[in-house]
Design a protein around this ligand. Sequence first.
Ligand SMILES: Nc1ncnc2c1ncn2[C@@H]1O[C@H](COP(=O)(O)OP(=O)(O)O)[C@@H](O)[C@H]1O
Ligand SMILES: [Mg+2]
Length: 329
Amino acid sequence: MTTNVIEVNNLEHKYNDLKAVDDISFTVKKGEIFSFLGPNGAGKSTVINVLTTLRKIQKGEAKVNGYNVAKESKEVRRSIGIVFQMMCIDYEMTVFENLEYHGKIYSMPKNERRNRINELIKLTELEAKRNTLAKDLSGGMKRRLELARGLMTKPAVLFLDEPTVGFDIQTRMRIWEYLRKIKREGTTIFLTTHYMEEADQLSDRISIIDHGKIIATGSVLDLKNQLGEDLIYLETSDNKAAAGVLKTLESVKGVNEDTKFLRVMLEGDVTHILPKIMDKVRQNGIEITTVNIKKPSMDDVFIHYTGHGLRGEELEEQHENIKIAEVLK
Ligand SMILES: Nc1ncnc2c1ncn2[C@@H]1O[C@H](COP(=O)(O)OP(=O)(O)O)[C@@H](O)[C@H]1O
Ligand SMILES: [Mg+2]
């Protein structure tokens, strides 16, 4: 029997007149990594805050570990672990002391505590800073300590709100590996992210969330398969006109216009359809400058369901993070 560790029905949350979460329902099964993938402002943190009882539930129903978040908040809190965007570390303690203290609060036996601390300090690359006061760490290091602290205990359900924001890709990949490991050891993980790659690499299942609504849910493979086996990327002299023409073809399931490319979804085998597509475009006096065939990625899935890519600000932020990561090295 599969047990649902998280069950959410018709959750709604408003800030004054703004509906930040709009009639959301989903379940997370025991032992899976489930991700909310969505842009900034989509409502991810609001959902996670309600599930972890940091925000009072307004409308709908939510259960975590079988406990009702409205009526059994204490039991919910006792059965979960949380890694948040906000800082919970103590600045007047060293890296080691912060982790040691957290382990003690959760009554971890000394041996287990020490082993976990060593493992996590290594994971977050803080070995050289073991005895440094938290207040003397750089911003990125503080974030990594925050994550290490959240991972100290191995709860039945772990909530992670954008756990790797601002980390460089190597650190991020190591953290993904670690999360997979604790999943194998039996922890159920609910995480939010706006990184396509993170959702793709980690998740058993994903819900794509935009403007407070879930617009698609499925395994990474299912979501990608919805877009067909292959996608054709075309660059033409007139993408808008080409899109209009291609939409009339039976073997074309859908066309997205990006600023630069046309992304063409197919009904059937690319090797047969590609020549037809090229003929059709050229017959209409449109020049084709480049053609690419590729397997659908999480970006494609995201654009397909939301009708847009990441917004400018997030792309900028990702650039910003790369810059920060470079400085930190
Ligand atoms: N405390 C708050 N007061 C007013 N509006 C808020 C508050 N927290 C979040 N919002 C708004 O609710 C929406 C969803 O926010 P949030 O849940 O933080 O999204 P995400 O985590 O996906 O970025 C956004 O439009 C945000 O500006
Ligand atoms: Mg958030």
